[in-house]
Design a protein around this ligand. Structure first.
Ligand code: ZN
Length: 217
């Protein structure tokens, strides 16, 4: 199917427009730039670990070709990009990740999933887990559509997110006692990941780490 799709609709690199590769070699370089950096935040960056997480890793800064690639993946439905993006996640986690015995993801709203036809973080998480040969499972659900974040103060904003996720009763047994790795496409303040971590810890998770393709700051 993939070969047929490539034949009929050849991909164009979202970074530079080159026809052929889903993301060309030059434009995928930023995804590997942090690969050999030690775990955690680079020196000089004011990034506190978001509440609830024991580790947060990411592959690249959210700009340039990485930004274009994530945009094409999420909003233009170019799902073939999940391959290089998940490879970058797996490579970074293999290099810097500590522990973690179950992979999950930050779920999009069900309504957005219906519009888009897929959940971008789920695709990344499933593919990353396959590459790392770790189990993957849908652990988190969005509880309700969060109130628009803008217009809220920082504390209210954190509360708004913290209440947004829940671990479904039928997977609580799976989460209890596990060290969970939460995958997302972009991390900004980390409040969303903290909301996920809170829900997982409430359900009895041992610890929660996170890895994202890009960090926006
Ligand atoms: Zn390119």
């Amino acid at each position: 199917m993939r070969a047929l799709l490539d034949l009929l609709l050849p991909p164009h690199c979202p970074g530079c427009g080159l026809e052929g590769p889903v993301l060309c070699d030059r434009c995928s370089q930023p995804l590997r730039r942090r690969l050999h950096e030690p775990p955690g935040a680079p020196l000089g960056l004011p990034v506190a670990l978001p509440h609830g997480l024991v580790q947060l890793e990411w592959c690249a800064t959210y700009n340039g070709p990485v930004r274009h690639a994530l945009h094409a993946f999420k909003y233009r439905g170019e799902r073939r990009l999940s391959e290089p993006l998940a490879e970058a996640l797996a490579a970074r986690w293999r290099q810097a990740g500590r522990g973690g015995d179950l992979v999950t993801w930050v779920p999009v709203h069900p309504s957005r999933r219906r519009e888009r036809g897929f959940d971008q973080a789920e695709e990344l998480a499933r593919r990353m887990a396959r590459l790392l040969e770790r189990p993957v499972h849908a652990c988190l659900q969005r509880r309700q559509r969060t109130v628009a974040q803008h217009g809220l103060g920082e504390a209210d904003r954190a509360d708004n997110i913290a209440d947004a996720f829940v671990v479904a009763a039928n997977v609580a047994g799976l989460v209890a006692g596990r060290w969970i790795v939460v995958v997302d496409d972009i991390v900004t303040t980390g409040a969303t990941l903290s909301g996920c971590a809170d829900a997982l810890l409430r359900a009895g998770a041992l610890a929660v780490s996170a890895v994202a393709v890009a960090r926006d700051r």
